[in-house]
Design a protein. Structure first.
Length: 425
């Protein structure tokens, strides 16, 4: 096995794919060079300094947090799309169990701060949204988009930043779908919905943590039982021939390490931004500003008439927290991919795969607007905030993934369409 094939198999293993499968992303291991990582790191640091001086120190720090998110996501190959696909098709649950670890740490950190309303002297609030038709439909569409687009919100960013040319197509149409979703947002919000419910408010901090931990344990146990029933034993973490400093610098990282790091970084986001990590609101903002550059007008759309969104539309994009963090994520992933010797974009993309990226991207963007967020804003940060809509999002999005998996053979040939080979998020 060549060095490039071996590293591809290691990264696939980190995603939780079936034993022996290799990634088909076609990045090729290259001799390690520190030039690109240094440039990416310098861009993060200089960007943080400039943004901190011009806008706000905390926003500047959040660019650094975004860079760390990108590095963690890439080196740990921490996936949502592939982890769910592997469980749906192969009943391998290692990725889902890692997500439960991440969520468990997050609620233990978040709930006391949200209950107090302050963290380190700053006001904080969670992502708590209504539960209605828009969430169900939006999360389902997002789930379908995950499997066709090849990634979720975080996965689209870190794989695009890491050199996956196809995911740049998904990202562009993710933005397009977000703008369309913002145009239809007011109508969807006119449909029946329950009021927002927070476990922190309903059950208290301790009660909310206890309920959440029981639910996480139940999901982890379910995946354990299903995997043992199908395979007789649990999948083992892949063997890695790098240790110590080298492994932490170039990857791949243990999946659980990624789960812990993501929870801690989301908590850092809560402390600095006053709210949890989110991704997709920036896509709607980028698309809206782009639409206005070519003569469009979104200011009369209901979504852009809320005070926060209206202010963001008028302000510099670099004053937007989510934008700054998203750029940081992509730069962090670029640095990580280069350190791993795997930054090698491949522009030979089959036409059907391009079509899937276009359709998937639009569904991802549209669904995220309807559902008050994505796998990060609604699922990770929503559940970490105690919002019941995060749990509803999980169920509806998982159903969408099940449907999306059925559609994959129409767009991806052979093994890529039928097997749970990890490609991105």
């Amino acid at each position: 096995m060549s060095m490039s094939t071996k590293s591809a198999c290691l990264l696939t293993g980190a995603f939780g794919a079936a034993k022996g499968e290799c990634m088909s992303t076609t990045t090729v291991a290259a001799p390690q060079s520190y030039r690109v990582p240094l440039i990416a790191t310098a861009a993060i640091v200089l960007g943080a300094l400039l943004i901190g001086v011009v806008f706000d120190a905390n926003i500047g720090l959040l660019m650094i947090v975004g860079g760390l998110f990108g590095m963690v996501l890439y080196h740990a190959a921490f996936g949502f799309t592939s982890a769910w696909r592997v469980f749906i098709t192969e009943r391998r649950g290692r990725g889902l169990r890692a997500q439960m670890v991440m969520l468990a740490i997050a609620v233990v950190l978040f709930f006391p701060a949200l209950g107090a309303g302050t963290l380190f002297g700053n006001e904080v609030s969670g992502f708590v949204a209504p539960i209605g038709i828009s969430v169900l439909v939006g999360a389902f569409l997002f789930g379908v988009g995950m499997q066709l687009g090849g990634g979720c919100a975080s996965g689209t960013l870190f794989t695009a930043g890491g050199g996956n040319a196809r995911m740049l197509i998904t990202l562009v149409f993710f933005i397009v779908g977000s703008v369309i979703g913002s145009a239809h947002f007011a109508w969807w919000q006119s449909l029946p919905a329950f009021q927002p419910v927070s476990l922190v408010n309903v059950a208290g901090v301790s009660g909310g943590i206890a309920i959440s931990l029981v639910l996480f344990a139940a999901i982890a146990a379910f995946t354990w039982v299903m995997e043992k029933r199908r395979h007789g034993q649990l999948e083992q973490a892949p063997m890695v021939d790098k240790h110590g400093y080298e492994r932490w610098l170039t990857g791949p990282w243990p999946l659980v390490a990624g789960a812990v790091a993501l929870a801690l970084l989301n908590f850092a986001t809560l402390a600095l931004a006053g709210r949890p990590w989110g991704i997709t609101s920036a896509f709607a903002l980028w698309g809206a500003k782009g639409f206005e550059l070519v003569g469009g007008d979104v200011s009369q759309w209901g979504y852009w008439q809320s005070p926060g969104n209206a202010a963001a539309l008028k302000a510099s994009v670099w004053s937007d927290i989510t934008t700054v963090m998203n750029v940081g994520i992509m730069l962090g992933a670029l640095a990580a991919a280069s350190l791993a010797g795997r930054f090698a974009p491949n522009f030979r993309i089959p036409l059907k795969s391009i079509l899937a990226a276009v359709i998937g991207g639009i569904l991802l963007g549209y669904g995220a607007r309807l559902a008050f967020g994505c796998n990060i804003g609604a699922y990770f940060s929503g559940i970490a905030s105690g919002s019941l809509h995060g749990w509803v999002w999980l169920v509806a999005a998982f159903a969408g993934n099940m449907f999306g998996v059925k559609l994959r053979p129409f767009f991806f040939a052979g093994v890529e369409g039928r097997k749970p080979t990890a490609k991105t998020c």
